[in-house]
Design a protein around this ligand. Sequence first.
Ligand SMILES: C[S@@+](CC[C@H](N)C(=O)[O-])C[C@H]1O[C@@H](n2cnc3c(N)ncnc32)[C@H](O)[C@@H]1O
Length: 304
Amino acid sequence: MPAMAKSDCRKGQEPGRVTSRKTVSNGRSATGASTGDDVSGRDAPASLGERPSGGSSAAPPLDKSAFVPELFDRIAAHYDLMNILMTAGFWWIWQRGFRRLAGIPRGARVLDIGCGTAELSLLLAHLVGERGQVTGVDLSPGMLAVGRRKVARSPLGGRITLGPGDALRLPFPDRSFDAAASAFVMRNVADLDRALREAARVVRPGGRVAILELSHPPASLVRRPFLFYFRRVLPLLGTWAARAGLPVAPYAWLPRSLETFPGAPELARRMEAAGLADVRFRRMTIGVVCLHLGRVPEAPSARG
Ligand SMILES: C[S@@+](CC[C@H](N)C(=O)[O-])C[C@H]1O[C@@H](n2cnc3c(N)ncnc32)[C@H](O)[C@@H]1O
């Protein structure tokens, strides 16, 4: 694996409406399923310090646990298309970066947390090869339904099992997987620290946790166009989407979800606090997206 930018700082709710949903009982029984720019991990702000979406700074705190699953249910049918539009195609580049850097071994049993429409699950299925197995869990039945259709059509589908499950209480015993991964999920969870602890819990000692997520570009030079995109371009896309009959909610939610999400060094610290070792991160696309990697320590006493 290529060298990673090491974190400078070495130390570093639950979705309602799903109580009646059946959850996956273990890693084998779920029903159903960039090339980035290298930038040093230094000096990323804890937040952008500004409201990227504009508007009042007195927005009330959001109850993600109720809001998020519903939002994704509503947008599921158009999620993949909007993903490509909103990321201007960079999604494929970030996927390439993940493939290159995440270090997912062949033959591994991997958990995809917040698998959504199974984009990452399909990529993971490719990485683990025919002896590997991918289990994807998500809170949104709508996203899972789209994911299952894609998995059924894919030649790699036999390696993937998708099912309902909450990142805050993963429905698997300790050490069920060789690795856990998530893409663009952690901004959405109601309790980030708990989600990180859960990811660490279900991975065997020595196994890897990989988190791909939007981040805060470190340099103000970069931050300006980034904010411009969030404030000016995304609303235009929202207007276009409304005219095209697509749901607009994600255009408002995306910048808001990032506002309170920690910068890359802080996320690395929190992964360490969750019990992960060797935490590193790699910025992609001038820091708009970041891949964090951690390892579950061999010694159980080192776990948080
Ligand atoms: C932005 S989408 C990303 C989906 C997919 N990982 C991808 O890369 O395309 C976020 C996903 O996280 C799911 N999600 C949010 N909170 C969750 C939680 N607590 N547990 C499981 N899934 C969650 C949402 O339902 C949604 O499908």
